[in-house]
Ligand binder design. Structure first.
Ligand code: ME8
Length: 517
């Protein structure tokens, strides 16, 4: 792979105070799809996920659970690692902020910032939210019940007064604004970029980057009374994993061509603080931060207190892994908020997967098995109708590249389904079952055009539904080394006479009673 263009994609590192839920699964899946797509498209990809294990929030949760912080972290980090596996994720690395490599990177970054005069010692007095691990200005707070004050997120806040090191964030306002203007793709979608820009235009305060009132974190080099602010610690994971402070190997290879995928709740940390830390240390800011929307459950905010947290494992057991992967990225325009409902899930599963895509493949493959001796049929002259369907299939890759590069997963899937529907329309028009007696040569052509279209569809759906697409490609006898996107063309079309295995349905329907029972 040397010489291939590189692509680095990261999930947020998740807090270990809690169990993974649908929201975490969503971000990780979105990263997996893009990582798989780019690998198939010839890129040298690195896909990173992991866990954020320090800070007051984790320390408090551990205390409440009667555990040492590291014990809680070990237990819950394992849950996130396991989830990535269960989701079929192809991550190349899983980072934990309690690892030595990470402490080394954080302390090196800190020293660099100190050396450059970007960090100074002072005292912090103001509001802090442990739940958000964030400092808030008085003007940002909202009124809670009984005269209490809350963070804009609704989280409780407390007054903190302690010695603290500060990062000169205020000095980076103009350079951040220049970055947003010169690199318009650095924050997506555009609505989030606007939000971030107006926050920065509103003026930046220096940021408190150390705490002295608790211990669970990375010590500030040379001043053990302080531990680093958990967000400075956490954000650094993205360069730890490419080998920082060594800037030759992985760092030189992958940085800064990185996409940080995050939820809209943490865009400020990624699109304001992080690029400022990096630029201040003389390092390049990330290529792109994309903030997706928020999932609700049957119209309600997902929360532990409401008791409607969706466990991704239950979803997968109920509907199937590829079905869940498809649903999550198809249901909601990526970037918008979305709602999970059983009804919507079943509609997509039975309508688009089982009926439109699964039946098309199943019908065509069974006709080939019955009427063409179980081998790829031999096409004769190609008609305009044939050409139109084939061109739609071959044209798909360009559309997918465009959509995926802008994180428009729903558009990528819609482009694929335009071809699925065109394939169904073509079968109905050409009615190959009626040609068996009247014109077997034409039947063979129609079935070949359809089989070739299914090959292209299955290549296209691989990043979204790796297992099912793989099974479809198996049924078309497409070998493992011909599933990458260099084969998305007519040169690599199915060869007549290739023996095919017995067809099997790939997308089962969801049967309501079976689930209830
Ligand atoms: O914020 N809908 O970790 P976290 C969609 N440790 N996405 C959701 C979601 C929902 N209802 N709930 C959570 C942290 N997410 C920090 C990150 S990164 C250097 C440090 C997803 O465990 C979404 O990606 O609270 C969100 O940004 C992330 O989980 C927050 O995870």
């Amino acid at each position: 792979m040397t010489g291939a263009a590189t692509f680095y994609v990261t999930t947020p590192i998740y807090y270990v105070n809690d169990k993974p839920h649908i929201g975490h699964a969503y971000t990780t899946l979105a990263c997996d799809v893009i990582a798989r797509f780019k690998r198939l498209d010839g890129f040298d990809v690195k896909f990173l996920t992991g866990t954020d294990e320090h800070g007051q929030k984790v320390e408090k949760s551990a205390e409440a659970a009667g555990l040492a912080p590291l014990e809680l972290a070990n237990r819950n980090s394992a849950n996130f690692r396991e989830l990535a596996g269960i989701l079929g994720c192809s991550n190349d690395d899983f980072i934990r902020t309690t690892e030595d490599r990470h402490r080394i990177a954080c302390q090196a970054l800190w020293n660099e910032l100190v050396k450059r005069g970007e960090i100074y010692l002072g005292a912090y007095e103001g509001w802090y939210s442990v739940r958000d691990e964030a400092f808030y200005g008085e003007d940002e707070l909202i009124a809670g019940t009984g005269g209490t004050k809350l963070a804009p997120t609704g989280a409780p806040v407390e007054w903190v007064k302690e010695p603290s090191y500060f990062f000169r964030l205020s000095a980076w306002q103009d350079r951040l604004l220049k970055w947003y203007e010169e690199q318009p793709d650095c924050v997506g979608p555009a609505s989030r970029r606007n939000e971030v820009m107006s926050f920065v235009k509103g003026g930046l305060q220096d940021l408190s980057v150390s705490r002295t009132s608790f211990k669970w974190g990375i010590p500030v080099p040379g001043d053990d009374a302080h531990i680093m602010y958990v967000w400075l610690d956490a954000l650094t994971n993205y360069i730890t994993a490419v080998g920082y402070p060594d800037t030759s190997g992985g760092y030189a290879r992958y940085w800064p061509n990185v996409l940080h995928m995050v939820g809209k709740d943490i865009v400020r940390f990624h699109a304001v603080y992080w690029p400022a830390f990096l630029m201040a240390a003389g390092l390049a800011p990330p290529r792109r931060v994309f903030a997706h929307g928020w999932w609700t459950n049957e119209g309600q905010k997902i929360s532990k207190s409401v008791g409607n947290v969706i466990d991704p494992l239950t979803l997968i057991e109920t509907y199937g892994l590829d079905q869940v992967r498809y649903f999550m990225l198809r249901e909601v325009p990526f970037g918008n908020d979305g709602d999970f409902s059983h009804r919507a899930m079943v509609n997509r599963m039975n309508g688009e997967l089982a009926n439109d895509y699964g039946n098309l493949a199943q019908r065509v493959l069974s006709m080939i098995a019955k009427n063409c001796g179980g081998t790829v049929p031999s096409p004769g002259p190609i008609s305009d109708d044939d050409r139109e369907l084939l061109d739609a299939g071959y044209g798909l890759l360009g559309r997918l590249r465009e959509a995926i590069d802008r994180q428009l997963y729903h558009e990528a899937l819609e482009a694929i389904w335009v071809v699925v529907r065109a394939g169904n329309g073509y079968v109905d028009r050409q009615a190959p079952w009626g040609l068996k007696k009247t014109d077997p040569a034409r039947m063979a052509t129609v079935l070949w055009v359809l089989a070739e279209t299914i090959r292209l569809l299955a290549l296209a759906t691989q990043p979204f539904m790796p297992t099912s697409s793989g099974r479809m490609l198996d049924q078309l006898a497409v070998s493992a080394d011909r599933r990458h996107y260099g084969c998305f063309d007519s040169v690599n079309a199915l060869k007549a006479g290739t023996p095919l295995p017995a067809p099997q349905g790939v997308f089962p329907r969801f049967v309501e009673d079976a689930a209830a029972g």
